[in-house]
Design a protein around this ligand. Structure first.
Ligand code: GLY
Length: 359
């Protein structure tokens, strides 16, 4: 499909999705927290904290810490899927609207709450981003324990991936009739149809707005499954994985980080909100930009559309919020959703999307 045809399709999809969502728009309230779908407990905790007077960034971090600590979420913190050498490397960033400050860590090993370390980079240093051994040294200087973050389930999944990687190595492919139950559960959860090219999923972004109209954002992840050692995604990149402007709003992303970095999607989404766009539409417009600027054949499907999943979440200073995904459904056929909490409690809502279908 030609680029102009894809552009037209995308623009029509943005307009149609925006009109549909506008009809269903709920009333706004503050505080509000919005996150990826894996953040139900996180948004609930963040709003509870803000209601009790917590700073929006502290509330956001306390929320995502629940997911970082949870070994059942294999895309964030403890229990995350490791890199190609079996080592869990974590990325995170935080941004505080009222002070317009930010902090981040990347490729951090052995510390399960990279969001807390990112906050200390922001609060106690002249820097914004610390990586690898430097980030770990900084964390240990600040009293963070160094732990083994690789759970048994994540180790088995990594070994299974290695065993299936090539016919030309010395590993034998496991017999499908005798897959380990943990591996089978993982395959079902993430919808692996090609074992050599497993799809990645997950990460958590959370943006928060308190009753006074102050904003904050936080993104934390274990990154793409089996990434190259040292690979850094969008999550710790201010302006990509997260961006917060206290005059306008806060936004962040989950999904293929490389695609987000190329358009500075967090910043772009906030700029669309600055132009008056509803957060939901701002997220969709950023996805449309990504679709238009994805040109490499290996990243396109037969229709010329991106063959990867990516999502944006945003809240503006008024308390309007939204979440948008490239595709309507995930690889397992589940409708894409995001999490939100406000005066009506915590819930999941369907995302608006650029393209109907699965990825
Ligand atoms: N968005 C998460 C990553 O690409 O690592």
């Amino acid at each position: 499909m030609s680029l102009s045809r894809r552009k037209l399709l995308g623009t029509a999809a943005v307009a149609a999705a925006a009109a549909k969502a506008a009809r269903a728009a709920p009333a706004v309230s503050r505080p509000v927290a919005v996150s990826s779908a894996n953040g139900m407990r996180a948004v609930e905790r963040a709003v509870r904290g803000m209601n009790a007077g917590e700073d929006p960034l502290d509330a956001a971090i306390a929320g995502v810490n629940i997911v970082e600590d949870d070994p059942a979420d294999m895309t964030v913190g403890y229990g995350g899927v490791p890199n190609e050498e079996g080592v869990v490397q974590l990325d995170a960033c935080v941004m505080h609207g009222p002070t317009a400050r930010a902090g981040a860590v990347a490729s951090l090993e052995g510390v399960k709450n990279p969001s807390k370390v990112a906050r200390l980079v922001m609060q106690t240093t002249d820097h914004i981003l610390l990586v690898g051994p430097g980030a770990r040294h900084f964390a240990t200087m600040n009293g963070f324990p160094v732990e083994n973050l690789l759970t048994e389930k994540a180790r088995k999944v990594w070994l299974f991936w290695k065993q299936n990687l090539s016919d030309n190595d010395k590993w034998l492919e496991p017999d499908p009739a005798h897959y380990d139950p943990d591996v089978k559960a993982f395959i079902d959860e993430f919808g692996w149809d090609d074992l050599r090219r497993p799809k990645s999923g997950g990460t958590i972004h959370l943006s928060a707005l308190n009753a006074r109209g102050d904003l904050a954002g936080c993104t934390t992840t274990s990154g793409l499954f089996f990434k190259m050692p040292g690979r850094v995604g969008d999550s710790p990149i201010i302006g990509a994985g997260c961006f917060t402007d206290n005059d306008v709003g806060s936004a962040g992303s989950t999904g293929r980080g490389e695609a987000n970095i190329l358009v500075s999607g967090g910043h772009l989404t906030v700029e669309f909100m600055r132009q008056g766009k509803h957060p939901r539409d701002a997220c969709l417009m950023t996805l449309e930009r990504i679709a238009r600027t994805t040109k490499e054949r290996r990243l396109l499907n037969a229709q010329g559309r991106p063959n990867f999943s990516i999502a944006f979440y945003a809240v503006n200073k008024q308390g309007q919020y939204g979440g948008a995904t490239m595709y309507s459904h995930g690889s397992t056929g589940k409708r894409r959703q995001f999490a939100v909490a406000d005066a009506s409690g915590a819930r999941k809502e369907d995302t608006v999307y650029l393209f109907e279908g699965r990825v």
